[in-house]
Structure formats: C-alpha cells, structure tokens
Design a protein around this ligand. Structure first.
Ligand code: HAM
Length: 425
C-alpha cells in the first residue's frame, strides 16, 4: 500500500468489477441512442453561479455540498454536482435550440461531485448517465424518458424498483400552493432552521425525513389539490401514456426533489433493496431553468440515473450480468524464440479484431496456464520447443480441454473461424 488512499467518500473502480459499471452505463445509454438522443460532454467544472442560479441558492446541494474553488485567474468554479444545468448552458451557448429542430435530445455519462456525508450508496464522487430533452412541452416527451429509464432497468434484470410520480405545478399554481403550505407550516412545532426553510423553500420541508416532523406533516396541503387545469391535464396525459406503455408507477403527492428547477412532472426511481439511499434515479420537467440562467423560454425534461446505486441494486437482487470475457485467446510462449513468434501472432490477431493477450515475464508453463485461465480466454496457444521444431502450436480449448496441433501459419485463420462460429453461429 502506498502512503495515499482514495479521498473520503470516494472509491476506485477496479477490474474485474469495473466491467459491471461499464455494462450498466451501456444498458442505460443504448435505449437513449436508439431514441434520438445524441451524446454530449461538458466540463467537469463550471462557473459556480450556474449552479447557484440553476439548482437553487437554498438547496443543500448549493449551500453545503459543492466543491467550490477559485482559479489562479480569479474565476469561481465548482466541480459539477449535477449535469442538467451544464447541459442546458452548453446547448444555449452553441445555439443548438435555434437550429430549428426541437427538442434537442442529448445524453451524457460522467462524474458528479457532492460533499455529502458518506455512507453506503452515498458518495462524494459518483457517476450518472443522464438524458435531457430540451425546448419542447409535450407530455409524450416526459413519458418517453420515464419509459426509457424503466426499459434500461428491466434490461438489466432489475425488478425490485418502483417509480414515484408527482407534478410540482407551474408558475401559475405553485405560488398559490406555496402560500397555503407556508401557512400550514407556520402553525407547526418546528425548530428554528426548519422554520427558516419553510420561509425560503417550504416544499423542501415535505422531504424532511425526521419522524417527528413527518408526523406533523400528515395533514399538510398537497400540491395535487392546487394544480391548475393546464397542469392537471398535462399530468393526466403523462400518466396515461406511461400506463399505456405498461410502465407501473405510484402517485406520490409528497415527492419533492433536492433541486429547485423542477416544474410539473417529477419522478424518482427507488430500489427497495438499498436501505436509506434508495433513489437509483430521478428527474422531471424544468420549464423555467433556461430563463433562470439567462436563456429564452425552453421547456425541458430529463433524468439522471446513478450508476453506483444501480450496481448496488443489481447486487441487492443477486443479479449477475452476463459479461462476456474480454479476452478470447491467450498466448503462452515457452522460450525466447517462441516468445518472438507468438508475440507477432498476438499482434496479428488483435489487428484482425480477435481479443488476445499474452503471457509476459517469461513464466513457466504452469504459471502461464493459470494466467490463461484467469483471463477467461476461450483458447490458449502454447508454443514449446518441440512445437517450434515442427512448425506447429498447441491450440487448447479451455472449455472442453481439447488440444490440437495447428500450423503456426494457420493460427489467425483457425481462430477467426472458430471464434467467428461462436459469435455469429
Ligand atoms: P439527483 O436526484 O440529484 O438528480 O441525482 C440523480 C441520481 O444520482 C440519484 O437518484 C442517485 O442515484 C444518484 N446520486 C445522487 N447523489 C449521489 C451520491 N452522493 N452518491 C451516489 N449516487 C448519487 C439530478 O442530478 C438531476 N440533474 C437529474 C435530472 C436530469 N433532472 C432533470 N434532468
């Protein structure tokens, strides 16, 4: 071990487990690519103001959890705690919304940073795959995203998750509800900080997890009962579309999210095998965010799914992903000359698209075969002194144990045909 450890609240992704993370990312990305979402990548840090204005001055994310720093040039930046505001910033900056092709549909994958109290499933560095559909108000778009997330989780084999759905209303009906909720909260027995929160952001109080607070909230007014007709109709349409698609969801009139930009549709994917950090993904509509960061009106909707927690959910359900071995052929040379010949063959195999690896470090047969086994390769190529003299190499099928001598010059063709049959047959 070196003097250093991964910083608190972080962990390293290491092989072979890291393959699971890649597979999860791919399972989430594939349906998006298949549905018109283009890949977008933004920097890992942004002007701190983007998040203060976008995510919200009074949110935990902005007040407590951001990694903020000043550059040598005097810029105040923050490591991104989320990627919706950055994506919208990038789309506006590049004028993608003016290309006349709305919605702008993009997906991303990458690191997020939040200075949170670490525990299982809650890290200071974590990874999301996200999707944003920018510039269109259409319940079918909200439905599309919910259906795609559901599809990704199902494709991974997950079943022990629930979709919680709510509407947060719009600038017309939410203020009315906000007032009603504030009136209600002022009458409760709450501590100073919570009362202060009730004044700044009363909806967040609904999300207070403390049992004594939750008990007092039983009779709280619900936004559901305050939605204006337009919001009600919009929400009903989203519900009908996802129901028609066979997506099972629960109405959760108390669902609020930790970010302030949401309007109308909001949802969370929770997994019941994860304990307290149960949200594996979340999202919703953010019709006002563009204006909040200085852009034109661009009603939008999106979500982000947490890769770390999705992997934990797979483990909780005991799901082993079927990840094909990365290496198909493992070459074992015995002796100097064999080493040169086989190394050239491995290079040639790789050029031909065959995944091949090599026994390095002059290992003896036993250690080298162990390495071949560990690599998961279907075939081993063993080249010893006697084989060399005869111009052959031993091709061993690691599954059946069968071994056959083939000509050194036939290696590539033989393996291509054997593996080809496996892949395409
Ligand atoms: P969020 O709910 O803050 O939403 O994060 C989405 C997901 O990221 C969570 O459901 C969770 O799986 C994962 N996550 C969040 N914090 C942590 C953490 N500390 N450790 C591990 N995983 C975590 C957003 O970030 C929004 N930008 C989603 C969105 C996109 N809304 C509209 N478009």
């Amino acid at each position: 071990m070196s003097t250093f450890k991964a910083p608190k609240g972080t962990y390293d992704l290491l092989p072979p487990d890291s393959a699971k993370f890649l597979a999860v990312r791919e399972a989430i990305a594939a349906p998006l690519r298949n549905s018109g979402y283009g890949y977008i990548e933004t920097p890992g840090f942004e002007n701190v103001e983007l998040f203060a204005r976008g995510v919200g001055e009074s949110t935990d994310i902005v007040t407590k959890e951001m990694y903020v720093f000043e550059t040598k040039g005097g810029d105040r930046l923050a490591l991104r705690p989320e990627t919706t505001a950055p994506v919208l910033r990038a789309v506006l900056e590049a004028n993608l919304h003016k290309a006349g092709n709305l919605p702008v549909k993009v997906w991303y994958s990458g690191s997020q940073y939040r200075y949170e109290r670490p525990q299982k499933g809650r890290y200071r560095h974590f990874s999301q795959v996200g999707a944003e559909a920018i510039g269109t108000e259409d319940p079918a778009l909200d439905a599309e995203l919910i259906i795609l997330a559901d599809q990704s989780y199902r494709a991974l084999g997950l079943s022990d998750f629930r979709i919680l759905l709510n509407s947060l209303g719009d600038q017309e009906c939410r203020p009315v509800y906000r007032d009603a909720l504030q009136d209600f909260l002022r009458g409760l027995d709450l501590d100073e900080e919570t009362l202060r929160r009730a004044e700044i952001n009363p909806l967040r109080v609904l999300d207070d997890k403390r049992p004594d607070v939750q008990k007092q909230l039983t009779g709280a007014p619900l936004l559901r009962d305050y939605l204006c007709d337009a919001c009600k109709a919009y929400h009903e349409e989203v519900r009908e579309l996802i129901t028609a698609a066979g997506v099972v969801f629960e109405d959760d009139p108390k669902l609020v999210r930790g970010l302030d930009y949401y309007t109308r549709t909001t949802f969370e994917f929770v997994h019941d095998g994860l304990g307290s950090q149960s949200a594996v993904g979340g999202g919703g509509r953010y019709d006002g965010l563009s204006e909040m960061i200085g852009g034109p009106s661009l009603p939008s909707v999106g979500w982000a799914l947490g890769i770390d927690r999705t992997v934990l959910a797979l483990e909780a359900e005991g799901i082993e992903l079927d990840i094909p071995s990365a290496t198909s052929v493992f070459a074992v040379p015995l002796g100097e000359e064999a080493r040169r010949i086989l190394f050239a063959k491995v290079t040639e195999l790789r050029k031909n698209g065959v995944a091949a690896d090599f026994s390095y470090g002059g290992k003896g047969l036993k250690a080298a075969m162990k390495a071949a086994n560990r690599s998961g390769a279907r075939y081993a190529l063993v080249l010893g002194e006697r084989d060399l003299a005869e111009g052959v190499v031993q091709l061993k099928d690691m599954e059946s144990g069968e071994q056959a001598a083939i000509g050194v010059n036939e290696i590539v063709a033989e393996l291509e045909s054997r593996l080809g049959r496996r892949i395409f047959g």
